[in-house]
Design a protein around this ligand. Structure first.
Ligand code: NDP
Length: 602
C-alpha cells in the first residue's frame, strides 16, 4: 500500500480555491426546480415495465390491523416485526407489482448494492440465508425481500400495483380510512408510512427532451425488451446502437461499464464526476463471515454501524472502503464533541479529507490512459459532498474506443435534446437511445410530498399542521393530532449509509409501539410537550454538518447547493446513540404516548 501524501498548507489553500471554482461552475439559480417529475406527458418514464398492467379487481372495503404504505425493505420489515408481535392482519400497499421497493424498480445492468451484503440484507439470522458475494447483485437482494415477506405471511393481505391516495382519521371508530388509486377504501387501526426517500424517478428539465424520437427510458425502469440481455449484461439489442447516458451518480457508475461492453458507441454525459473508490467484490463463504455463530449477522451489522457512525469498536469486521473512509468526518467528531476546539477539528478534517481526495484523483490518473479524459473524471470537492461510489470497472470503460466522455459542467448540464440527439457546447451527438441515470426526487414520496393527503383529528392536514413551525414529531415516528400513524424514514430520526439497519430498528420500534397500544387498548399519540422536548434535543447540537454542505458542489445532499433545510432534521449524535435512546425510552417511558381509546378496538 502506498502511504497517502499529506498535503502542505499551500496545497490546502489551492484545493480550497479549486473547490470553490468547481462549485460556482455548477450552482444553478433554478436549484431543484431544474428537474421535472416523471408524470403527466413524462409518465412513460415511471411506468412499471416488470409487471403487466393489473386487471380490474373489486375494491376493498374491509378492516385490517395495520396498513403499511410501501413494500420495500421498510414496509416489509414493519410488517415482519408486527407479525412477530402477534398482529394478524397486516396489509402492505405497494405501487410495484411485487415486494422489493428500490430493488423491485432498479434492475439496470450491473445493479449491485455497494454496502456489504452481510450487513445490508436484513433478517439474515432469522431467515438463515447467507449471501455468497461481498456485494450482492440487485436480483439477489430483491429475492431476499420476497423471502422475508413470504416467511412473515405478508402476501396474504398485500395489494400490489396500488398506490395509497389519502389517509383520513375517523374520530368515531378511531381508525384510519385508507383510500387507494384502485378504488379501495378500507379501515386500519394503525398505519405505518414506509414510502422511502428516493423513489420517484426524476428527469432533467432539458429543453427539447420531449422531441427526442429515438428510444428513451430511466435507469429505474430498464427496458430489456429494447436492449435485450439481463442485469448481468449481454444486451444484444444495443450492438448497432449509439447510446447516450445522462448522469454519473451511484447508478451511472454501475451501469456505464455494462453499456460500454454492449453498445456500438456510448456517450457519457457527465456534469459532476463522482468519487469512485475500489470495489474489491469477491465471493465469500459462511466461514469468512463467521456465520456458524448464532446472531452473527446482528453482531456484524452493529459493528459496522458503530464504525461508520464514528463510535469506538474493537475490530472492523467488514473492513471495506466505507469503514475506511465514509466515517472520515464522523471519526473526528467524537473528540470534538468531547470538548475539542472547532478550528483544530476543521483543520484535522480538511487534512484527512484532502489526503483521501488526492488518493482518489490519483486513481483516475493511474487507470485512464487519455490524459484529457482523466482530467475530466477527477472529482474536485470534499469527500462525501456527493454519494461516494465504488467500482473497479468504471474508469477502465473510458479506455475503450467505443466510449466518449462528454463533460457538460460549463453549460450546467446538457443544453438541448433534439429529435435525434443531444447538444452540448454547440456539438450535437446523434443517438438511437437516450438513458437517464438522473436519480430520484428526494423526499418526494409519502406524506412529505403533499401528494398523499393525511387528515388527522379535526380534519387537519399533516402538512398544514407543520407549515408554520416545520415538522413536529416524537423521535420522528409519531405526531400529535395523528393517532396511530407511524412514520419511517430519516426525518427527525437517525440515518446511516446502511439504511436497511436503520429501517430494521425503526420497524422494531413501530411494532413495539403497536404491541404496547394493543396490550393497553390505547391509541398512540404524543403530546405537544413531548414533541417540543424532542425538537429541543435535535436542535441542541444540530449545526455540525451545515458548514460542510454549504461548501459542497450541488446535488441532492445539499438541496442543489442551497444547504440543508432549516430546522433540525436528524438526531445529531448518530444512529448508535439514537438506538440506545429508543431502547431506554421503550423500557421506561413508552406509556407517555399511550392515550385511552374512546371507541372499542375494531
Ligand atoms: P443521483 O441523483 O445521485 O445522480 C444523478 C446524476 O444525474 C448526477 O450525476 C447528476 O449530475 C446528473 N444530472 C442531472 N441532471 C443533469 C443534466 N441536466 N445534465 C447532465 N447530468 C445531469 O442519482 P443515482 O440514481 O445515481 O443515485 C441516487 C441514489 O440512489 C444514490 O445517491 C444512492 O443513495 C442510491 N443508490 C445506491 C446504490 C447502492 O449500491 N447502494 C446504487 C445506486 C444508487 P450532478 O451530480 O452534477 O447533479
Amino acid at each position: 500500500m502506498t502511504t497517502p501524501h499529506v498535503p502542505a498548507p499551500h496545497e490546502l489553500a489551492e484545493l480550497r480555491r479549486r473547490y470553490r471554482v468547481e462549485r460556482e461552475r455548477r450552482v444553478r439559480p433554478d436549484g431543484a426546480a431544474q428537474y421535472r417529475d416523471a408524470d403527466g406527458e413524462f409518465g412513460y418514464y415511471a411506468a412499471d415495465p416488470y409487471t403487466e398492467a393489473p386487471n380490474e379487481r373489486t375494491p376493498l372495503r374491509d378492516t385490517v390491523d395495520v396498513a403499511v404504505i410501501g413494500g420495500g425493505f421498510g414496509g416489509i420489515l414493519a410488517g415482519a416485526h408486527a407479525r412477530q408481535q402477534g398482529v394478524e392482519r397486516v396489509r402492505i400497499v405497494e405501487k410495484g407489482g411485487d415486494f422489493g421497493g428500490t430493488w423491485y424498480w432498479n434492475r439496470y445492468p450491473g445493479v449491485h448494492c455497494d454496502i456489504e451484503s452481510h450487513v445490508y440484507l436484513p433478517m439474515l439470522d432469522e431467515t438463515g440465508y447467507i449471501p455468497e458475494w461481498k456485494y450482492a447483485p440487485g436480483d439477489e437482494i430483491r429475492r431476499h425481500a420476497v423471502r422475508i415477506a413470504d416467511m412473515s405471511g405478508l402476501y396474504a393481505h398485500a395489494l400490489f400495483s396500488t398506490g395509497v391516495t389519502a389517509l383520513t382519521w375517523d374520530e368515531t371508530s378511531e381508525t384510519w380510512s385508507v383510500a387507494t388509486d384502485r378504488g379501495d377504501l378500507f379501515r386500519a387501526t394503525y398505519v405505518v408510512n414506509a414510502t422511502g426517500t428516493l423513489t420517484d424517478p426524476k428527469l432533467p428539465g432539458i429543453p427539447g427532451i420531449e422531441d427526442f424520437t429515438g428510444h428513451t427510458f430511466h435507469t429505474s425502469r430498464w427496458d430489456y425488451a429494447y436492449t435485450g440481455g439481463t442485469p448481468e449484461g449481454g444486451m444484444a439489442g444495443l450492438a448497432d446502437k449509439r447510446v447516450g447516458v445522462v448522469g454519473t451518480g451511484a447508478t451511472g457508475i454501475q451501469v456505464i461499464p455494462m453499456l460500454a461492453e454492449d453498445a456500438a458507441h456510448l456517450y457519457v454525459f457527465q456534469r459532476t464526476p463522482s468519487t469512485v473508490d475500489r470495489r474489491d467484490n469477491r465471493r465469500t463463504t459462511a466461514e469468512d463471515v463467521g456465520a456458524d455463530r448464532e446472531g452473527w449477522a446482528r453482531e456484524r451489522r452493529e459493528n459496522y454501524l458503530r464504525i461508520v457512525s464514528g463510535e469506538d469498536a474493537e475490530e472492523d469486521l467488514v473492513a471495506d472502503q466505507w469503514t475506511a473512509s465514509a466515517g472520515l468526518l464522523e471519526k473526528l467528531l467524537p473528540s470534538f464533541r468531547r470538548g475539542g476546539d472547532l478550528k483544530t477539528f476543521e483543520a484535522a478534517y480538511e487534512m484527512a479529507d484532502a489526503a483521501k481526495m488526492n488518493e482518489l484523483r490519483a486513481r483516475v490518473e493511474k487507470t485512464v490512459t487519455d490524459p484529457e479524459t482523466a482530467e475530466k473524471l477527477k472529482p474536485w470537492y470534499r469527500y462525501a459532498c456527493k454519494r461516494p461510489t465504488f467500482s473497479d470497472l468504471y474508469y477502465p470503460a473510458f479506455n475503450r474506443d467505443n466510449v466518449t466522455l462528454v463533460d457538460t459542467a460549463d453549460t450546467h448540464g446538457i443544453e438541448r435534446v433534439t429529435g435525434h440527439g443531444v447538444t452540448v457546447g454547440g456539438t450535437t451527438y446523434e443517438l438511437d437511445c437516450l438513458i437517464f441515470a438522473t436519480g430520484f426526487n428526494v423526499g418526494a414520496s409519502g406524506v412529505l410530498s403533499g401528494k398523499l393527503p393525511v387528515h388527522g383529528r379535526g380534519g387537519v392536514q399533516l402538512l398544514d399542521r407543520w407549515a408554520r413551525q416545520g415538522p413536529r414529531t416524537l423521535h420522528g415516528f409519531t405526531s400529535n393530532g395523528f393517532p396511530n400513524l407511524i412514520q419511517m424514514g430519516s426525518l427527525q430520526n437517525a440515518s446511516s449509509v446502511n439504511f436497511t439497519h436503520i429501517l430494521d430498528e425503526q420497524a422494531a420500534h413501530a411494532a413495539a409501539l403497536i404491541a404496547a397500544a394493543e396490550a393497553r387498548d390505547a391509541l398512540i399519540e404524543p403530546s405537544h410537550e413531548a414533541e417540543d422536548a424532542w425538537i429541543a434535543v435535535l436542535a441542541k447540537d444540530a449545526p455540525d454538518h451545515e458548514w460542510f454542505h454549504a461548501e459542497c458542489t450541488p446535488g441532492y445532499y445539499n438541496r442543489e447547493g442551497r444547504g440543508r433545510p432549516n430546522g433540525p432534521t436528524a438526531y445529531p449524535h448518530g444512529a448508535v446513540a439514537f438506538h440506545r435512546l429508543l431502547r431506554r425510552w421503550r423500557d421506561e417511558s413508552i406509556g407517555e404516548v399511550l392515550q385511552a381509546r374512546t371507541a372499542p378496538r375494531p
